[in-house]
Design a protein around this ligand. Structure first.
Ligand code: BGC
Length: 456
């Protein structure tokens, strides 16, 4: 395998963690109705079914922040893969609602772990001039996972409607939600198999004084000169930091921490998950019939996937900030106009559909991938795992907050005010990106120190 093929294999395998993340978070939208009637859930328990996954995510991020420094990046990826697998089996054969919730928490731990370790692992491997593109593959994988979940839910549902056989397959098809959740095992097994051939991150190896192993791996992924140069840079950065671990709370880490946390939270406050998951019901309430609403969800998912390619093509060429500027401007404008359509009750026409598509396209090439790119490249190796964990933790808390408050906002304040609230947060994100975020394209992870870290 030549260098670029090897790097692509590494990035694609790690990005599969993103696919599992997307799949696991999207699959639940098709499962809820069935689980609800199966276990006769009231609205509190229904809420618990969704938030139990998020609770798992938050636990997963905390575990990964500690584990990935202690046992290494690769083993942490493997553990996340197992979490998905166990969750798939556990959900499918759950004898009671409590067991189902437990299995969902385990899956959530997998999502939380993957959402942190996959992009970080890619960042540590990527050549500086391709890092943006390679981390954007991770975002692409999330969007593929979301779309796959819609299709596999639809497939299991149609199989279950035509099922006539007996035995355990029938059990899975009699309760379609069991089959829907079991499918998670397929990508997790592929992920685990692909991980077998994956090397450990050379940056982590050097951090834990395993230089010889790191050299061996660097020679597999870079030409001799580039490998030597990179080794020198990593070691130099390590010496400069005084060989002792530095704290994330140190003043010099505060700027990257501020940038990472604000971008993570504002990514979610753009309302992305509300629009992906509640978009169809917003549409229904605007008078569009339910089968079109479902088709609309698939169209949204497909646009989300396709437009990620813009980030893949341009994150390294034109930089992260330009993508943020253009994308966030599109997001703010489309959300404001959407709000006006609801305000003036003019929601029947094609314009609302077009605006939502513009919104999702803009998210897909900017805030979606760029947030993950920046979070994973701005911290020095000694604190990367902890820094990334704090930002990813903030992101999941923000996901939870939107999930809790969006239905309330919609009911109490109406759709117009809800869209304008998301627009206001995205405007703050635009101003923040223009003024505080620093351009990181083409810089090595070691050079980030100079951009972000104020002298001690
Ligand atoms: C976000 C997810 C979102 C997804 C949609 C990711 O960047 O972190 O919350 O569901 O994009 O594509």
């Amino acid at each position: 395998m030549n260098f670029s093929k090897r790097i692509s294999y590494i990035a694609i395998t790690a990005a599969l963690g993103g696919l599992l993340f997307g799949f696991d978070t999207a699959v639940i939208s098709g499962v809820i109705t069935f689980v609800k009637s199966n276990f006769k859930l009231d609205t509190t328990l229904e809420g618990w079914l969704v938030s139990s996954g998020l609770l798992g995510c938050i636990i997963g991020v905390i575990i990964t922040g500690i584990l990935s420094d202690k046992i290494g990046r690769k083993k942490t990826l493997v553990i996340s893969g197992f979490m998905f697998f166990i969750s798939g089996i556990g959900c499918a054969f759950a004898p009671s609602f409590s067991m189902l919730v437990l299995a969902r928490i385990i899956g959530g731990v997998g999502v939380g772990m993957a959402s942190m370790i996959s992009p970080m692992y890619i960042a540590e491997f990527a050549p500086a001039d391709k890092r943006g593109r390679l981390i954007a593959y991770y975002q692409l994988a999330i969007t593929i996972g979301i779309l796959l979940a819609y299709f596999s839910n639809a497939l299991v549902l149609s199989l279950s409607q035509n099922a006539t056989g007996s035995g355990s397959l029938n059990l899975l098809l009699a309760d379609p939600w069991r089959g829907m959740l079991l499918i998670l095992c397929v990508p997790s097994v592929i992920f685990l198999l692909m991980l077998i051939n994956m090397p450990e991150s050379p940056r982590w190896l050097i951090a834990v004084n395993k230089k010889q192993e790191a050299i061996k791996i660097l020679y597999q992924i870079r030409s001799k000169e580039k490998a030597e140069q990179e080794l020198q840079d990593i070691e130099f950065a390590k010496k400069k930091s005084g060989n002792k671990s530095i704290s994330v709370l140190k003043s010099s880490i505060r700027i990257p921490l501020l940038i990472g946390i604000v971008l993570a939270v504002l990514q979610q406050f753009s309302g992305i998950n509300a629009i992906i998951y509640y978009g169809p019901s917003i549409f229904q309430s605007a008078g569009i019939n339910s089968s079109n609403a479902l088709l609309f969800q698939v169209i949204l998912g497909a646009i989300n996937l396709v437009f990620t390619f813009i980030a893949i093509a341009y994150a390294d060429k034109y930089g992260r900030k330009l993508l943020l500027k253009v994308g966030l401007t599109g997001i703010v404008v489309s959300l404001i106009i959407c709000g006006f359509l609801f305000y003036t009750n003019d929601t029947q026409g094609i314009l609302l559909l077009i605006l939502m598509l513009v919104y999702i396209a803009c998210f897909a090439f900017s805030v979606g991938p760029v947030t993950w790119i920046i979070i994973n490249e701005i911290f020095p190796t000694e604190v990367r795992a902890k820094g990334v964990a704090i930002c990813t933790f903030a992101l999941w808390v923000a996901v939870w907050l939107v999930g809790q408050f969006f239905p309330w906002l919609l009911e109490r304040m109406g759709a117009a005010a809800t869209f304008w609230t998301f627009a206001a947060f995205s405007l703050v994100n635009l101003v923040f990106s223009l003024t505080v975020v620093k351009e990181t394209k083409g810089k090595t992870l070691e050079e980030m120190n100079e951009i972000f870290i104020a002298p001690h």
